[in-house]
Ligand binder design. Sequence first.
Ligand code: FAD
Ligand code: NAP
Length: 536
Amino acid sequence: MADHAAATSTLPSSNFDAVIVGAGFAGLYMLHRSRGLGLKVRVFEVGAGVGGTWYWNRYPGARCDVESMQYSYQFDEALQQEWEWSERYSGQPEILSYANHVAREDIQFETRVESVHFDEETERWSICTDRGNPVSAQFVIMATGCLSSTNMPDIPGMDLFAGDIHHTGQWPHGGVNFDGKRVGVIGTGSSGIQAIPLIAEQSEHLTVFQRTAQYAIPAANRPLGADEQADVKAKYPEFRAENSLYPNAFSLRMPLNETSALDVDDDERHREYEARWREGGFTFSWSFGDLGLDLDANATAGEFVRGKIRELVRDPDTAEKLCPDTVLGCKRLCLDTGYFETFNRPNVDLVDISKQEIDRITTNGIETGGREYKLDAIVFATGFDAMTGTLLAMDIRGRDGLTLQEKWSAGPGTYLGLGIPGFPNLFTISGPGSPSVLTNMIVSIEQHVDWIADCISAMSKRGHRTIEATLDAEENWVEHVNAVANETVYPACNSWYLGANIPGKTRVFMPLLGFPPYVEKCDEVAANGYEGFTLT
Ligand code: FAD
Ligand code: NAP
């Protein structure tokens, strides 16, 4: 990258053109674009290093489930040509090395932004951190991540437990030694499903506490051959262009089959599912055009996966417990490496807590259904307060002292997932109301960062000081996001997309479905002089 070595730190100035909160992939690219615009910029990051998700989630088995050649930046041709990925889906250490290769300058680490207040007289934001020394900035860009506030359930007795407690999203940097230990894992979403096979290998005994059985498709991870990588690199622009049209398509080798699952006979349907199951990855959800739209079509995919689970898991009772009965994909589909087979191991037990929640944590373990499971360590793979949790954890106040908590008391309202009425010059990267978590997120992040950087540049050229989403634009946008979701099967179950994993959180479908039309809309808004925003 051009500015990798050249950048000089501006520490310790206190007045900035832009402050960026977070140094994950969003913050790093925003920093790069801001420097390119000649802005005086500072990034604040809680962690001691860059990488965000990949800095915090160091649990065994953590890896991307978008293929490496796609789950990477495309803005820098030299970077995408020089970087070599070793596997089809990179592991956490490799993705973290990649993030470190990208940048470290102008970032103040181990610094939590606590408050961000708008001063109407100066039309600037005042930013306070846990390190003192408030700073001010014309623009604040929240690159705080959609999955960065861990969800730690409030189970009675947690403080009594004599062993170790870990959360997959805040994994110790030195790793955890499970050798000879009896381990309990709570949670069977993507993180649990990745970690469980490895914890099973590393521990003496593993008990998995499952509240909802989850669909998982084989990742079919493998080393990424040099030839295969060279082929993609030779036509990276075309590969990216195609991938941008389908950013939630993770295998271009087997693109969307537009046929309805209900328009083919059983044999043909089975052949299609079987081929995609073997290919591995999210291409499975592309087996037919209506899996995300029609519950009957979707049910055929669910039945196929249940059939596979019954083949893979030897004990019929365990297999039945592992069979999901939800709509496939309405909780984010998981990719696995040997997850179901793990339950054939003699040292692994599955405890179904769907009808009988965990009663309490005791000194010795977990109590549920009138039984105590003796444990030396408990792993919470219980996910995140997604999309809004991290933003609402800060004291963000816009015009008239309006807090973000007040503004979003009935659910998150934004315009394009980028701007919030009452909060001028504050942008959210992959904010609620944008496609974000329903896409290959690096693609979405780059699109948002480019839009924000181009907007700041246009404002400067046209002599504008502030930009603020209008209430009308926000209301219409929220209605649009809901209307799109309601045409699909997505709202059909209790997912984190809806905030349903967090007790008391307002139930609203937060991301927007449909990336290409969203990009068109953003471009149109900009071309029409930032329609839906007020500029002063
Ligand atoms: P993050 O990486 O979450 O970075 C946000 C940063 O902001 C964090 O470092 C955090 O410490 C910092 N921060 C937050 N609040 C503050 C504050 N108040 N003050 C200072 N700093 C703050 N997406 C995909 O598309 N494909 C995948 O395969 C994929 N795999 C994933 C695997 C895991 C285990 C998880 C949890 C998520 C995965 N995701 C995946 C989603 C992933 O979050 C995004 O792909 C991407 O890494 C998000 O980057 P980001 O910079 O927006 O946010
Ligand atoms: P998650 O999908 O929200 O899964 C959390 C799990 O914990 C669920 O099984 C949930 O059960 C369970 N749980 C939550 N609270 C509980 C409680 N009080 N008692 C018992 N069980 C409880 O979280 P995640 O697995 O960390 O994944 C979050 C997202 O991060 C993913 O959807 C994905 O976007 C991303 N991610 C991606 C990868 C990857 O493969 N690249 C890996 C990890 C994460 P219920 O279903 O009943 O709520």
